[in-house]
Design a protein around this ligand. Structure first.
Ligand code: ZN
Length: 318
């Protein structure tokens, strides 16, 4: 049987938002602008720039409006931001952001405790955001976080996720991301979930968003690819975490994912060396080592070297 993978995939760099929002020491506005410009220069066609949420709750994202105004907006690149409500969409419209992403937790228990309603009922409330986005000619997508498990549920059933997808479709959102912020997803589960979603909702443009908390990020991406998904989020240097999960790792590191794609012959359109420079800069700014294998070990191709004559004999001895 052939091991089939897509020839080409699309990636979104979520480091400027999902990565940075979890860091105690984070880039200045100017540094964010420079990082984002470098990310688009490396070839990314989708970049999550920041979020329009309460600056008190997430001070790391307080300058998202200014960042949006000052980045070089390259033609053909989608610069998106996370929003939580109508106010977020209004802020997006005011600073020239053309794509926003809503989010709901797949955990019924979490949602009931936080918002006193089910996840689907939360999505129903997004109708006004969708309307405002349309009015302002802003694209809108939706994310389902903890779609593969949460600290409150262990596993989330496929039916539960389907209810949320249907609620999104009902309010007019047909680009949906399945997110594993808690790092609980595993490949066989991802494959099953993604096959079911693909089959049931062919009209949806799907994204997958994996954190590498338990080392399964890349394996989960491969499982998603095998189920026919071809859009994935990743984070420069693997920065990030999750406020609900102590010890959570960030998203799969962009450079690790690019390296895997390079080795497997999957086209991404992104320059891995340029992204390695970005990752190095990010580590410098946040001031600590991150969960990036490539930053530690480099590319496989950098390792290949000629042995000095005479050593080969020794190496073949048992
Ligand atoms: Zn995340």
């Amino acid at each position: 049987m052939d091991f089939e993978l897509p020839k080409k995939i699309k990636l979104c760099e979520v480091g400027p938002r999902d990565g940075i929002q979890n860091e105690k020491i984070y880039p200045s506005t100017q540094e964010k602008i420079e990082l984002i410009n470098k990310v688009s220069d490396a070839g990314f066609k989708v970049i999550e720039v920041g979020s329009f949420v309460s600056p008190k709750a997430v001070p790391q994202m307080a300058d998202t409006d200014e960042v949006f105004k000052k980045i070089n907006k390259k033609a053909g690149v989608e610069y998106r931001a996370l929003v939580a409500n109508l106010k977020g969409v209004e802020r997006a419209a005011a600073c020239g952001c053309k794509k926003v992403k809503l989010n709901v937790s797949a955990s019924v228990a979490h949602n009931l405790a936080n918002l006193n309603c089910t996840p689907s009922a939360s999505v129903d409330r997004f109708a006004s955001c969708v309307e405002k986005a349309r009015e302002s000619e802003i694209g809108i997508s939706g994310s389902i976080s903890m779609a593969f498990g949460s600290p409150w549920d262990k596993e989330i059933s496929v039916d539960n996720v389907k209810n949320i997808v249907e609620a999104y479709l009902k309010v007019g959102v047909d680009e949906i991301s399945l997110s594993d912020a808690s790092g609980m997803a595993y490949p066989t589960q991802v494959y099953e979930m993604c096959c079911e979603m693909h089959k049931s909702y062919p009209e949806v443009t799907w994204w997958l968003h994996f954190h590498n908390t338990r080392g399964l990020g890349l394996a989960n991406i491969i499982a998603g690819m095998q189920a026919g998904f071809d859009r994935f989020d990743s984070s420069f240097a693997g920065v990030g975490g999750c406020p609900f999960v102590p010890g959570a790792a960030g998203n799969v590191s962009t450079e690790d994912l690019l390296h895997m794609c390079l080795e497997c012959g999957i086209e991404t359109g992104i320059d891995i060396d340029k992204m390695l420079d970005v990752a190095t800069k990010v580590v410098d700014i946040v001031g600590h080592k991150t969960d990036s294998y490539l930053l530690r070990a480099g590319k496989t191709s950098d390792l290949i070297r000629e042995l000095p004559k005479g050593q080969i004999k020794n190496n073949t001895q048992k």
